[in-house]
Design a binder for this molecule. Structure first.
Ligand SMILES: NC(=O)c1ccc[n+]([C@@H]2O[C@H](COP(=O)([O-])OP(=O)(O)OC[C@H]3O[C@@H](n4cnc5c(N)ncnc54)[C@H](OP(=O)(O)O)[C@@H]3O)[C@@H](O)[C@H]2O)c1
Length: 339
């Protein structure tokens, strides 16, 4: 079977990781990536051997800077089956018509609204909904994190109501513009958009969310309180999460007390860019009291959505019918395992 030809529009935090992940899949070919500015990241892409494409308006700047391009964005679109749009939030809409006109399928990211595509994606919760679709959207890092744990818990014990507080990282590590650099900033528009975003994939779930921006760049942390319909013990919940796809349990008593040690673990695992694709749940922080379940989880915002983008490509391009098979292929290529 011919490889799926993939282009990545936007080579920032998410785009550079999607590009590496595509290049690592046996059934996909990375045709190229786009940049608007000829900065160090453009040179990094060339160093990795990726073809660089640019919007028409940027051709002159790349020529002046002496950075070699393979063509324009339109040229890249003429060579691909699917484009993964990794441009900043709310920019995707600008490109949607261009992708449509070029006859290529397109995946957008969580910075876009569900209404842009009408379909949102998570690998285990709704893989088949994007089957053969022209457009889809991989939900945000936080929403992906919530779906990875709430979906298997809901399947096992049926969640009556979930209440989540999201402690958000203020900026990505390479970003020196955003803040706060000191202090905690609550989102005062309540409940936050994260609950409705989870419902774009699990519409039956009753979920309410709040969020606080914190002066850290490493990861987000969620506190989750869920009222369960079925009786459950702490041990049974641990077993469900142990088996859940792309969820990693860690223990505070083993020395993983903060997100700093989770990132150190990711470095020890030797992953590309030291990424932690899994949602990390503190096993000794899971507790059931009566019908109420409590747990904490950490989300590596730069990377948890990357495997989802790969599975979404396979679903939209009808390359793998079985979600579990796609997840297994992706995980093997990215080095994700339960050990
Ligand atoms: N970072 C996260 O934690 C995270 C997690 C999950 C999902 N997301 C979502 O993923 C998407 C991308 O976020 P990101 O964090 O990767 O952003 P980013 O790091 O700012 O990267 C955006 C990329 O898009 C390019 N770009 C900027 N303006 C453009 C334009 N008008 N046309 C084409 N390309 C343009 C930039 O290239 P130039 O530098 O060359 O302009 C850059 O390579 C957003 O929807 C975001 O909400 C982000």
């Amino acid at each position: 079977m011919a490889k799926i030809r993939v282009g990545v529009n936007g080579y920032g935090t998410i785009g550079k990781r999607v590009a590496s992940a595509v290049a690592a899949q046996e059934d996909m070919e990375l045709v190229g990536v786009t940049k608007t500015r000829p900065n160090f990241e453009a040179l990094s892409a060339l160093r990795k051997g990726y073809d660089l494409y640019v919007p028409d308006e940027s051709v002159e700047a790349f020529g002046k800077a002496g950075v070699k391009i393979a063509g324009t964005l339109k040229d890249m679109l003429s060579k691909v089956d699917i484009v993964v749009d990794c441009t900043p939030g709310n920019v995707g809409e600008y490109y949607r018509d261009m992708y449509k006109a070029a006859g290529v399928k397109a995946i957008f990211q969580g910075g876009e609204d569900h209404s842009l595509t009408g379909i949102s994606f998570n690998s285990t919760a709704n893989y088949s909904e994007s089957w053969g679709a022209q457009l889809s959207r991989v939900v945000s890092c936080n929403t992906t994190g919530l779906l990875r744990t709430l979906n298997p818990i809901d399947k096992a014990f049926k969640i009556k109501d979930a209440y989540v507080t999201i402690v958000r990282r203020a900026a990505d590590p390479g970003d020196s513009k955003n803040g706060p650099i000191n202090g905690l900033e609550p989102s005062v528009s309540l409940p936050t958009h994260h609950g409705p975003d989870v419902q774009s994939i699990m519409p039956w779930l009753s979920i309410s969310t709040m969020a606080i921006k914190a002066s850290t760049t490493l990861m987000h942390v969620h506190t989750v309180v869920a009222e369960l319909e079925a009786e459950a013990t702490t041990e049974e919940v641990i077993e469900v999460l142990k088996k859940a796809s792309r969820v990693r349990l860690v223990r505070s008593k083993d020395g993983i007390k903060t997100t700093a040690q989770i990132m150190e673990l990711a470095r020890d695992l030797g992953r590309d860019r030291s990424d932690m694709y899994e949602i990390v749940v503190w096993e000794d922080g899971i507790k059931v009291v009566g019908n109420t379940l409590y747990y904490y989880q950490a989300v590596h915002q730069e990377s948890d959505v990357i495997p989802e983008n790969i599975d979404c490509i396979r679903s939209m391009c009808k390359a793998e019918k079985d979600s579990a098979e796609s997840v297994a292929k992706t995980d093997a290529a990215l080095g994700i395992s339960k050990s």
